[in-house]
Design a protein around this ligand. Structure first.
Ligand code: ADP
Length: 590
């Protein structure tokens, strides 16, 4: 279940990220800008030529002069269309390249997120950012960005042209557009928050719907349907409210803007008419100015619509960029290398976010090469301790080190050479067998892959696959059964070649035949490594070199099986009850 959201980037960060994106493809951006300016410049010739035509006709010049001007007008219009088309084409290409960059960076950052943060916020937020938000940003980069650029340049040139035609009319134009800037200011002050709230609400809906769908069986089993429906309804209601708020902002913004377009044109006609009557302005100039101002509404409209779009996509971009602010998978591999294979847990305390302490001062040294079983009642903190030792989470206080270096400070590359956590989740990724194995060791040659497959006893079935290592596995590809998926997972462990393995319920949820099969495989993988096993079956503990008993967040007993039984403590009690209750049965849950 989600607790909070991933961070959102601040305005300054978004601006910086945007500038970086432009800079990354600076030349293309410059060319697009120049082409747009050229197209806008050529576009200005139209009204000016029309004004000239009117003045020429009034001055009684011949048809030939007007024809010449008309031909020029046609050529200018053609040139503008071609230049604008070219500019737009290059603009879209620029947008696509930039979008690809945004996507790649998003994927990199999503992969660098610590598993614990993803677990905490739920996958809904991440999914919403990776889909809806990236798409919004993409649309903006592809369409809104280039269009905004074209129209902004055009609007500026039009205003400049009115100024050149007549400074008084120019000043009037600027004055006439004042309401637009006032309402724009009002709108921008509210829009970012509004759209951020809308985005967060969308994430919540996604989170609730995906988690309900993922946990459908649990929902049915515990009859949680009404509860989940109510939660969904609440999330949808919040989403509706936030959407209504942004809709309200738009319904104020656009009508004011639409009305404001008429003002400058009306002003130009009234004042231009007066100037013409008094003889201080030619009719051609009045017509040209009025046409410029009338033309202004189209690019200005486009600019404002796009600014509105920029607000919502700015919020989306802030959410996409926000990933950069999430805590990285701790340690980027720049600390010292571990000296030796010993794992030391010293004074470790740990509380899940917003929860009570579940580890309350644990000290433990795992000797290289030993088999350590961790036993204890459910909820004692065994899994939590194994997560800390595997470097998935950092302790709230105290330290977990391997070879004297904190495990959470090792980057993923170095960590997997040291400690690997093996759980019962065996995921087969969509991709070839080779891709699936190389996750653990990207530079592994085929020969090493086959060796690893042989260790886990999977070489035979992989050889029988239609394309061997190149066979696509996962959805839509070749199906793998539970034990094959497990073998692949273990082959990855062999490839990563860590000196220490932490087994958390590694075989606990498998059916007995698979478990027996896996145990043989596991034995081969464990060979020569330090093994820390969260033991749910006491015979695993019996075979271990030492047994650690956890109770209520503390390590209460530590010793060999025989010592611990002789000590007559909690472990002895468990052992006796297990033996008493289940004679001859190799299984008991601790
Ligand atoms: P064990 O493996 O011994 O059963 P765990 O380490 O799983 O124990 O759990 C220890 C305590 O931490 C339990 O009280 C459990 O409810 C709590 N806990 C486990 N995982 C989480 C989590 N993700 N968020 C909050 N509390 C958790």
């Amino acid at each position: 279940m989600s607790q909070g959201h991933l961070p959102v980037a601040g305005r300054a960060d978004v601006r910086r990220a945007l500038l970086d994106l432009v800079r990354a493809d600076g030349r293309a951006f410059g060319v697009v800008l120049a082409l747009n300016a050229l197209a806008a410049l050529v576009g200005l010739a139209g009204p000016w030529l029309l004004g000239r035509m009117i003045d020429d006709v009034r001055a009684g010049r011949g048809v030939a002069a007007v024809d010449r001007l008309a031909l020029l007008l046609l050529l200018c219009a053609l040139a503008q269309v071609l230049l604008a088309r070219w500019a737009r084409y290059l603009g879209h290409r620029f947008g696509e390249r930039t979008l690809a960059r945004v996507r790649e960076r998003f994927v990199d950052r999503a992969l660098a997120l610590p598993a614990s943060s993803v677990e905490r916020v739920g996958t809904g937020d991440l999914t919403a950012r990776g889909t809806a938000d990236v798409t919004t940003v993409g649309n903006t980069l592809r369409d809104a960005g280039p269009v905004l650029l074209v129209n902004l340049v055009q609007a500026l040139f039009l205003v400049a042209a009115v100024f050149l035609t007549d400074p008084l009319l120019g000043a009037l134009t600027v004055l006439g557009t004042t309401p637009i800037w006032v309402v724009l200011h009002w709108y921008l002050n509210r829009a970012r928050e509004g759209y951020l709230a809308e985005g967060a609400a969308t994430s919540d809906v996604a989170e609730i719907v995906t988690s309900t769908a993922a946990g459908a069986r649990t929902v049915e089993a515990f009859r949680l349907r009404e509860q989940r429906t109510a939660a969904s309804r609440d999330a949808l209601e919040t989403s509706r409210r936030t959407r209504f708020h942004t809709l309200f902002l738009r319904t104020v913004f656009f009508p004011v803007v639409e009305t404001s377009y008429v003002l400058p044109v009306a002003g130009a006609l009234v004042i231009g008419g007066a100037l013409y009557s008094s003889g201080s302005m030619s009719l051609g100039a009045v017509v040209a100015a009025a046409l410029y101002l009338q033309q202004l509404s189209a690019p200005l409209d486009e600019v404002l619509v796009r600014i509105e779009q920029l607000q919502s996509s700015g919020a989306s971009f802030a959410r996409v960029e926000g990933l950069a602010r999430a805590p990285r998978a701790v340690g980027e591999g720049d600390g010292p290398d571990p000296d030796g294979d010993r794992i030391d847990v010293t004074g470790v305390r740990y509380a899940y976010e917003g929860g009570v302490e579940v580890l309350r001062g644990v000290d433990l040294t795992v000797r290289p090469g030993e088999r350590l079983a961790v036993v204890g009642p459910s909820g004692a903190g065994k899994t939590t301790l194994s997560r800390l030792m595997a470097g998935i989470d950092a302790p709230t206080s105290g330290s977990v080190t391997v070879g004297g270096v904190p495990v959470v400070g090792l980057g993923p590359e170095r960590l997997r050479r040291q400690v690997v956590l093996v759980t019962q989740e065996h995921h087969v990724f969509l991709g070839s067998v080779r891709d699936n194995l190389r996750i653990a060791e990207p530079s592994a040659e085929d020969e090493e892959l086959w060796q690893a497959l042989a260790v886990v006893g999977a070489d035979a079935w992989v050889r029988e696959l239609p394309q061997g290592l190149d066979t696509t596995l996962g959805q839509g590809g070749c199906r793998t059964d539970g034990s094959q998926a497990q073998q692949l997972a273990l082959a990855r462990v062999v490839l990563a070649d860590p000196h220490t393995l932490i087994l958390d319920e590694a075989t606990a949820l498998l059916d007995p035949t698979t478990a027996r099969h896996t145990e043989r495989t596991l034995a081969a993988v464990l060979e020569g490594r330090t093994v820390i096993a969260v033991a749910h079956r006491l015979h695993t503990a019996h075979d271990a070199d030492r047994v650690a008993v956890m109770q209520d967040g503390r390590l209460t007993e530590l010793g060999t099986h025989d010592e611990s039984v002789a000590a007559g403590g909690a472990y002895a009690a468990l052992w006796h009850s297990w033996h008493g209750e289940l004679p001859g049965n190799g299984k008991a849950s601790v």
